[in-house]
Every structure is written in C-alpha cells, then in structure tokens.
Ligand binder design. Structure first.
Ligand code: BJ8
Length: 384
C-alpha cells in the first residue's frame, strides 16, 4: 500500500505556475489564446476553433496596490487582482492572451472589462440575469452565436458542426472526470483532504491539453480509489464534514480551507465555481442545435448574479445529502455585493433544513488568517 499520491497529483498542484512555460511554448508553436474570467464563458467555442483558453481571475494580492491606483479600494479583491495583473503586465496568461472574453455578470467585473479594453482586445457577452424564461434563453443563445462569429472573424477560422460537437463531447468528459474525482470524498472518511481536492480542481484549469487532462484526472481518481479499497485511510473519520460555498476559491483564499482543516474539519465538497457549479451540468450532446445546447447548459449555472438564484439552493440541498455534510461554511469576498446579500437567503434556507451554517468574509491578504482559524474552530466545536 502506498502512502503517496500519484505524481500527476503534484503536477496539478503546480499546474498554474508550470503552465506559464507551457503557454509560452504553445504561443511559439502558433496557437492563439483566449483569456476568460467566468464560469459562464462557453469554452467549447474556443476548443472547436482550436484555440487555447485560460482562466485569468487572479488569486493573489500581489498587484492589488497597483490596481488601487486606478480602481476604488472598496472593490472585490478578485476584480482588483485581475485588473492589477493586466495593468502591471505581471501575469503571463494575460500577456499571452490574444483576446479576452467576459460577460455582464457583476457590476465590478463589467466595468473592469471596459478598462481592460484599453489594454487588450475584449469581447463582452450580454448575460441575462434571469434563467428560466424564453426571452432570457433566446438572448443568451444569440450571444453564444455572436461569440462564435466573433471568434471565426478574429482568428480567421471556420467552426464546423463536427468541430463544435467534438468540443462539446470533450468538455463534457472533462466535467465528468473531475466530478468523479470530487465524488471520492463522498466516502466516509474521505480519502483526501479538502485542500488536496482543491489543488486538483484548481490546477485542472491550467492543463491545456484537454485529452491529456482527462486521462490524468482519471488516473488520479483510480489510484486514490484503489489505495482506499486496499485499506489506506489518510483522513481521520472523526473530522466534521464541511461543505464550502460562496465565491470562487483558490490561491490566497485557500487560507479558508486551511483554517477549517486545522480546526477539526475536513472539506468534502465545494459548491462554488472552482468545483460543483461548473461540474454538475453537462451540455446535451443529443440536442440537434449544438449552440442551443451550449446556451441552455451555461445559463443554468447558479451564480448570485442571477435573480432569483434558486439553482444554488437546489445544488446545496443535494450536495449536503450526497456528501453527508455536518455543516456549511460560506466564503464571501469583501465587497462582493451579490454573494454577501445572498448570504441571508442561504442562512434562512439552511436553517429550515437544520444544517449549521457560518459565513466568513475575507480578502486576498493574510492579515485575517488567525481570525479565520478562531471562527472556524468555534463553528466546528459547535458541531459537537
Ligand atoms: S459564475 S461566481 S466566476 S461571476 S466575487 S467578481 S461576483 S464581486 S467571481 Fe464569479 Fe462567474 Fe459568478 Fe462564478 Fe463579482 Fe463577487 Fe467579485 Fe465575483
């Protein structure tokens, strides 16, 4: 029985840093790159056009001071950090992006895209803020078609029906492989910690060869499962099982997961854009119009910029059950208005289900690390 995770695991945890070199090589080989910021971006279009897409949301406070020369201080750190990396040219992914695609999600991001337009070529998709009516669905479908046309024009490519169908299939396979990996933590005790799970989920965004990524994730899942079946237990069965919800997590905000896992808890599942929000929904491969199928799938994502956002409640509800969750901790970023307002709805919903809940508001600095740990420890102690 081995006590070490496969070497692929290490490659995922370092993927963001190692991806810089990979990206340079891809550019030198003639590939074009699209930078994206949000889970609503339909990446199938880029894959079908043989472009590389990369997530640009920045996850450290390194450039926030520079960003504050242009942006207000009381803005979400994710936006300040993203703009700061573009403004200071410190992010290789931003630097290598030939074009940026954004959506009309929260107000801060929307206005940040305008400023980014002074530095890079930007395409904005008009995202409706309701999900279920025909008008919103049609509007988003047209936006998906507009993106396809813009990509074809900008990069002088034609996206054939075969290309887009293959891209849909591949992106679905990525989702299924990552979801199966995450579902390992339904086991009691889970085979890996929440921090280890997060490293794979977060790192997977910086693996640019999609087929290779699927294989690597499958291998990791198989290895962990085999070790578990052979009796390996790395996580104490008495730890409280925590679901983390809220804003995207990774990089600087890993401190929240560490605070939980140093205080008697283990994160078994993430209801956010780093994980289940982007993994649970597949594009319908049987739908006759692939662009309609793409539009329908993406518009169902339960982000707080939607009103109402009942899909988040539905997802929370099923994950709490499936992962045998003892308590829910929400991480919100400072000045993220939509998530911070929605906290009240989440609290009421979880109270009605008698699931203990706590919210932690934080930013990208390390100044609140001790406070996060104290609060996480008090919450987990309260779980008994
Ligand atoms: S689908 S969560 S990636 S919008 S944290 S920038 S909402 S003020 S990141 Fe998000 Fe897309 Fe939604 Fe996901 Fe604004 Fe809030 Fe900042 Fe945010």
């Amino acid at each position: 029985m081995s006590n070490t995770l496969p070497k692929d695991f290490e490659s995922f945890s370092k993927a963001r840093a190692q991806g810089f070199v990979k990206m340079k090589e891809l550019k030198e080989s003639g590939k074009n790159v699209v930078g994206v910021f949000c889970t609503y971006t339909p990446r199938e279009i880029f894959l079908a056009a043989d472009l590389v897409s990369v997530g640009l949301c920045s996850v450290s406070d390194e450039t926030i001071a520079d960003a504050e020369k242009v942006l207000p201080r009381n803005l979400c750190p994710l936006i300040k950090s993203s703009y700061g990396f573009a403004y200071t040219e410190k992010c290789p992914y931003m630097y290598f992006s030939d074009m940026i695609v954004g959506e009309t999600t929260c107000d801060g991001k929307k206005k940040m895209y305008e400023l980014l337009g002074e530095l890079k070529k930007v395409h904005i998709m008009q995202l409706p803020q309701r999900q279920d009516d025909e008008q919103s669905k049609d509007m988003w479908y047209k936006e998906v078609l507009l993106l396809k046309e813009r990509i074809e024009r900008e990069f002088n490519v034609v996206i054939t029906e075969k290309n887009i169908k293959e891209a849909i299939k591949l992106e679905n396979e990525v989702r299924v492989s990552l979801k199966e990996f995450s579902e390992l933590s339904k086991l009691v005790p889970p085979p890996i910690t929440g921090l280890e799970q997060l490293k794979i989920l977060f790192g997977s965004d910086y693996k640019f060869d999609v087929k290779e990524k699927i294989e690597e994730v499958k291998n990791i899942t198989k290895k962990i499962k085999t070790d578990y079946d052979n009796g390996e237990r790395k996580v104490n069965k008495n730890l409280k099982r925590i679901l983390v919800t809220g804003c995207p997590i990774g990089g600087a905000t890993e401190k929240v997961v560490s605070a939980i896992e140093e205080s008697g808890g283990v994160v078994v599942v993430y209801e956010n854009c780093t994980s289940m929000k982007k993994l649970e929904l597949l594009v319908d491969e049987k739908e006759a119009d692939p662009y309609r199928a793409i539009a329908d799938r993406y518009l169902k994502i339960g982000c707080s910029i939607m009103t109402p956002n009942n899909r988040r409640l539905d997802l929370l509800s099923s994950l709490i059950e499936e992962y045998k969750v003892d308590g829910v901790i929400e991480m919100t970023l400072t000045a993220c208005i939509t998530y911070n307002v929605e906290t009240s709805t989440i609290r009421k919903f979880l109270e009605s289900k008698k699931v203990p809940f706590m919210t932690l508001e934080t930013d990208y600095s390390s100044s609140d690390t001790a406070m996060l740990k104290t609060r996480a420890a008090a919450f987990i102690e309260m779980l008994g």
